[in-house]
Design a protein around this ligand. Structure first.
Ligand code: NDP
Length: 335
């Protein structure tokens, strides 16, 4: 039996600037189950993630560039439709990294069977998945956050950031959240109960603003954005404070490279630790994350929002809109 698959491809590399819809093309082709690829999966949910931007240039990075004209990889959740593998049954829910396509054939090495949960299955792409794991490992392992400390979180209305805010609140910390819209500020304050949230686009001088809202200083800054925002936080860190570099989304689409941190002297004087990490190095550290996260989700101690675009045709737009901050919580495509 053969079937048509529809998938997103990159038409050309995008060295700088915000991607445009014309940089992508939706293609289709015929696929069929065969001896090597003996499982057919139909995707239900596709994850849309900022790291994909780095794969749209030819520059060397921690993942290779996407291949022009071929299926773009990425995390997805789907259902087994046909299986000639004894370990997978029709109807099984599966996780893959085969990404932006509506259905595909593969073998069992490329799939992970998902345990049924009594919350929406796409949570495996959000708080129970890569972004939740990033928040957990970044905050607790690399950030070494302790009860009662003060933590600043940027891109706090997004998937990683909103989870960071809530884990820190669950630990009894004071949380200050930065985000790019008043709607996200409202969600962070009213539902996620952060101690203070603000729209960074409305702040003229971040250095003075941090002094005003947090005179005691930050123990930890969870950095999702980099650039000038990162530089401004350094002035308000406590002595021996920690900065965890998780992402640098403010720099992803710039057309001219920034000049770097101009206040490194404060890193010395305040004896700060600045530490980067990649979640891909922590694949074998899913525990105690999964146990803690499932517990927090079931107790309502981690809440989440999703921004959902319908259909594979809208996947390029969803990605561009993610980079422009149009998501609240996790950006997803529903197939
Ligand atoms: P988000 O859900 O946070 O979405 C991206 C957000 O970035 C947008 O919604 C927007 O929110 C914000 N943004 C866009 N441009 C700018 C800008 N110029 N300045 C400040 N904020 C901007 O994405 P994720 O939760 O998936 O990822 C968050 C960060 O974590 C990213 O930097 C990502 O690369 C990083 N990451 C790192 C991992 C690692 O292993 N180290 C793993 C996973 C993610 P706003 O409205 O606030 O502007």
């Amino acid at each position: 039996m053969s079937i048509i698959t529809k998938y997103v491809t990159l038409k050309n590399y995008i060295p700088t600037g915000l991607p445009k819809e014309t940089d992508f093309e939706i293609k289709s082709r015929e696929i069929s189950v065969n001896e090597e690829n003996n499982i057919l999966v139909s995707n239900s949910w596709i994850s849309v993630d900022p790291y994909m931007r780095a794969r749209m240039t030819e520059r060397k990075n921690y993942k290779p560039p996407f291949k022009i004209g071929e299926e773009m990889e990425g995390y997805a959740i789907g259902k087994v439709e046909t299986s000639n593998d004894k370990n997978f049954n029709v109807g099984d829910l599966v996780f893959s990294n085969l990404g932006m396509r509506d259905n595909f054939v593969c073998n069992s090495n490329q799939l992970k069977k998902l345990k049924p949960i009594d919350i929406p299955i796409q949570t495996y792409l959000g708080p129970l998945g890569m972004t939740g794991h990033t928040a957990y490992i970044g905050l607790l392992k690399h950030g070494e956050l302790k009860t009662g400390q003060t933590v600043l979180v940027s891109s706090a209305g997004g998937s990683v950031g909103s989870t960071v805010c809530q884990i820190a609140k669950n630990l009894g910390c004071k949380v200050i959240a930065s985000t790019g819209s008043d709607e996200k500020v409202g969600w962070l304050k009213k539902e996620l109960k952060v101690d203070h949230a603000f729209n960074y686009k409305k702040i003229k001088n971040l250095v003075l603003y941090f002094k005003e809202i947090c005179p005691e200083g930050f123990d930890l800054y969870f950095d999702n954005v980099g650039g000038d925002f990162l530089e401004s936080t350094i002035f308000q860190m406590k002595n021996y404070g920690r900065i965890v570099i998780c992402g640098r989304i403010s720099q992803m689409n710039v057309t001219t490279p920034g000049s770097g941190l101009k206040n490194m002297a404060y890193v010395l004087v305040k004896r700060l630790t600045i530490k980067g990490f990649l979640i891909f190095d922590h694949e074998n550290e899913k525990e105690p994350f999964e146990t803690d996260m499932l517990k927090w989700l079931s107790e309502g101690k981690i809440k989440f929002k999703e921004t959902i675009y319908q259909g594979i045709e809208n996947a390029p737009k969803s990605f561009i809109d993610l980079l422009e901050g149009k998501n609240i919580g996790k950006m997803l495509v529903k197939i």
